[in-house]
Design a protein around this ligand. Structure first.
Ligand SMILES: Nc1ncnc2c1ncn2[C@@H]1O[C@H](COP(=O)(O)OP(=O)(O)O)[C@@H](O)[C@H]1O
Ligand SMILES: [Mg+2]
Length: 237
């Protein structure tokens, strides 16, 4: 079953035309990674899906239903959850309260305790205030807040950005568990290693246009693509 289908998607900020006839398919239980260098249009693509870009055109279908003109809240209620680049945790609430609040706001949430089982790091920090968490812990909490809402489609915008390598390993483990629990994931990344490890299929975009898509196995061997569109060196310099 196709969870998400984008066809001829264009997006704009005022007079700036950012996405050009973008196409993408996300199948049930897929982990799809959207790759591209800084400014390629990755965040804008996620905003087009969630309806938070000022103007979008084309066709976006979620589980077969056209959502191109659907309001943000309605898309969210249908189970599409975005963990944005700027991590959103409530600074004056504890870790537990942050998760509980997200739980209360969801129509069909996952059990709070079950959610904490997925995040051993957070389990030890239940009483800590959001503002006292490290960047990595805040990222974990952002993902936990999305997951407790039991999303059907989880959108992650550069989840590893700014995280120390050891935290990236933790996050990979958590997301691996999440993925095993029947959640469909579309994430953007600039960390190619992370994307190749966790993802199954990848799309590369550049200046708002599709450049390539295929399996991550194929992409591993495409140093030409990695170098041209992702600024990843081959180690031969
Ligand atoms: N709010 C905005 N207003 C105007 N231009 C924007 C805005 N947000 C992003 N852009 C522009 O849109 C392009 C794509 O940005 P973005 O989707 O954030 O890229 P990425 O997430 O791949 O780094 C960039 O040229 C960026 O400068
Ligand atoms: Mg971005």
């Amino acid at each position: 079953m196709t969870v998400l289908e984008l066809r001829d998607v264009n997006a704009y900020y005022g007079n700036s035309h950012i996405l050009f006839d973008l196409a993408m398919d996300v199948e049930e239980n897929d982990v799809v990674t959207l790759l591209g260098r800084n400014g390629a249009g990755k965040t804008t693509t996620l905003r087009a899906i969630t309806g938070t870009v000022p103007r979008r055109e084309g066709h976006i279908a979620y589980r077969g239903e056209e959502i191109t003109d659907t309001a943000v809240e309605r898309i969210s209620r249908r189970g599409v959850k975005l963990v944005p680049e700027e991590r959103r945790v409530f600074p004056t609430l504890t870790v537990l309260e942050n998760v509980q609040l997200a739980h209360e706001l969801a129509a069909d949430p996952r059990d709070v305790e079950e959610t904490f089982e997925l995040f051993p790091v957070l389990d030890d920090l239940r009483g800590n205030l959001g503002r006292n968490l490290s960047g990595g812990e805040q990222q974990m909490l952002s993902v936990a807040r999305a997951l407790v809402q039991n999303p059907d489609l989880l959108l992650l915008d550069e989840p590893t950005e700014g995280l120390a390598p050891v935290i990236v390993d933790d996050l990979r483990e958590v997301l691996g568990d999440v993925v095993a629990r029947d959640v469909t994931v579309l994430m953007t990344e600039q960390n190619v290693e992370f994307a190749l490890d966790l993802g199954e299929r990848a799309y590369i975009i550049d200046t708002g246009s599709n450049v390539w898509n295929g399996s991550v196995e194929e992409l591993r061997d495409r140093e030409d693509l990695l170098e041209e569109y992702l600024s990843v060196g081959t180690g031969e310099t």
